[in-house]
Design a protein around this ligand. Structure first.
Ligand SMILES: C[S@@+](CC[C@H](N)C(=O)[O-])C[C@H]1O[C@@H](n2cnc3c(N)ncnc32)[C@H](O)[C@@H]1O
Length: 489
């Protein structure tokens, strides 16, 4: 698809000292992932680089295909419409910074216009053509932030009064711990008469809802105010009405990659219990710890200790998967050479014939969680707390597409237990003649889940809710999960 060049009118580049001051307000000591959604010649990317941020942690996008020298300081995608790019990338960044394009949506070429006008506003309605491009940029930036994340944007002064931004103005504070708007009385950019503000929104999902408007003289005063922002108190906004309806939602498959566990092709041969492993004198190191039955994942999370208790109960939780270094060990060689009638592997099976070497079952990358597609209990996630644990294909495994904090993983899992998502689960289940119902990985990926706010006690909360859920108190569990999302959205 060939995208048009950006209009010249939107190519106004941010002075570096302003970019640095904006970045410094939202930068934290810990590692953060940064996004610049319309990076242009790279004022913000250069400023991030100067602050010592690694190119791995800087993502840039711009419609302009012309390379800039700063592109090598981050991972920059050019010739790319941010509003299209951002559709499937919710909840992935700690910080979004930039100076988004100021162009009326109805002046954009067709393709860009259609994408921009279809972006859902903070009330869920399409933004439409009477808005300006910076507005869907801001709305999408909120969606792209992780809980606790912050954004810093240079915006036109129209953001303070334009009708098309009314929903954003009334709701922005409900998404953040603190929002500051700094207005400069004089223009900030050479050759641009329009007024400009700097918007700083910190701590997505925070409950402070503090707001402060600052009015200063010029560029150097804006920079001075940014440098001393924490010295200025902000007042708390009253709770926004209808807050629970504001929660951002996203397709689960855009956040988590869901697939079936390892297909052995002959589970009787490859999946062993501890006593079976002993009987064959096979070394532990030739095995991978796995979950091989739905009941193994019947909990909110699984740790090494829980897995060891399954092993002690002689459950089949070892997957025979020898490496080259094991092949000359007598017991391993003997087990590999067993013929079918002696309990050896049926190597004629399709999956086994296809792979090389035949005894190395392909496994998904270290899963973050396990799911069971077929369970009368409903759908929940069992978070993996044991890094080398994997699963066979009786279970599904999930891996977050972007790194998440431990508590964030539990927060996403909690979202799956909200009543709105569980209703979708019931609707998408395929019920078989024998009464069993099943969800395929693709159906799970298609579920729309809430983007979690900051839930500090997500781990303990999730454990409690899952305990109820698996104890046939599903309605009570869903009500608890709903309450967490409503209270904090
Ligand atoms: C006001 S300039 C800002 C550039 C840079 N952020 C800065 O502050 O120096 C706006 C930038 O948005 C880019 N742009 C316009 N429409 C875009 C779109 N739909 N997706 C990504 N970038 C876009 C333009 O190419 C231009 O580089």
């Amino acid at each position: 698809m060939i995208l048009p060049e950006p209009p010249l009118s939107c190519k106004v580049y941010t002075p570096k000292p302003l970019a640095v001051a904006m970045i410094n307000v939202i930068a934290r000591r810990e590692r953060q992932r940064w996004l610049e959604p319309s990076c242009g010649s790279g004022a913000f990317i250069e400023a991030l680089h100067d602050q010592g941020i690694s190119p791995r942690d800087i993502v840039g996008v711009d419609l302009d295909k012309n390379l800039a020298t700063a592109d090598s300081l981050g991972q920059v995608s050019r010739g790319c419409d941010f509003l299209d790019w951002s559709k499937t990338r919710g909840g992935r960044f700690d910080c979004v910074v930039g100076n988004p394009p100021f162009v009326a949506i109805n002046q954009l070429p067709t393709l860009l216009r259609q994408t921009a006008s279809a972006v859902a506003d903070l009330d869920g309605m399409p933004i439409g053509e009477r808005s300006n491009t910076w507005y869907p940029f801001m709305v999408r930036a909120i969606k792209l932030l992780r809980s606790g994340g912050s954004m810093a944007f240079v915006l036109p002064a129209a953001c303070e009064y334009a009708d098309y931004a009314a929903v954003g103005r009334s709701r922005l504070t409900s998404y953040f711990e603190r929002v500051d708007v700094i207005r400069s009385r004089r223009p900030l950019f050479d050759g641009v008469a329009e007024g400009v503000v700097v918007l700083i929104a910190q701590g997505k999902g925070g409950t402070g809802k503090h707001y402060r408007r600052h009015e200063v003289d010029d560029l150097s005063a804006v920079i001075g105010r940014l440098q001393s922002l924490s010295n200025f108190n902000a007042r708390s906004c009253p709770a926004q009405r209808g807050g629970s309806q504001l929660e951002a939602r996203i397709r689960l498959g855009d956040v988590i990659d869901i697939r079936i566990g390892g297909v052995t092709g002959d589970s009787n041969y490859f999946v062993l219990s501890e006593s079976e492993r002993h009987a064959q004198r096979l070394p532990q190191s030739a095995f991978v710890p796995v979950l091989s039955r739905s009941k193994h994942a019947f909990n909110s999370d699984i740790s090494m200790t829980t897995w060891e208790s399954l092993r002690a109960a002689d459950e089949r939780v070892w997957l025979f998967r020898p490496e080259d270094r094991h092949l000359n060990q007598v017991a391993v060689g003997h087990y590999l050479a067993l013929c079918k009638s002696e309990g050896g592997c049926d190597r004629s099976r399709y999956k086994i014939r296809l792979r090389n070497p035949w005894h190395r079952t392909p496994l998904p990358d270290q899963p973050d969680l396990f799911l069971t597609g077929m369970s009368g209990a409903g759908l929940w996630m069992c978070i993996n707390e044991f890094s080398s644990l994997n699963a066979t294909n009786t279970l599904y495994v999930g891996k977050f597409k972007e790194p998440q904090l431990r508590r964030e993983k539990y927060a996403w899992a909690l979202g799956l237990l909200t009543s709105r998502v569980q209703k979708q689960v019931l609707r998408s289940r395929r019920v078989y003649a024998d009464g069993l119902s099943k969800l395929e990985p693709s159906q799970i990926a298609d579920l729309e889940v809430p983007v979690p706010p900051l839930i500090r006690d997500a781990i303990s909360k999730y454990r409690r809710v899952v305990a109820m859920f698996l104890d046939s108190k599903q309605s009570q569990a869903m009500a608890e999960a709903d309450a967490v999302f409503q209270r904090r959205s």
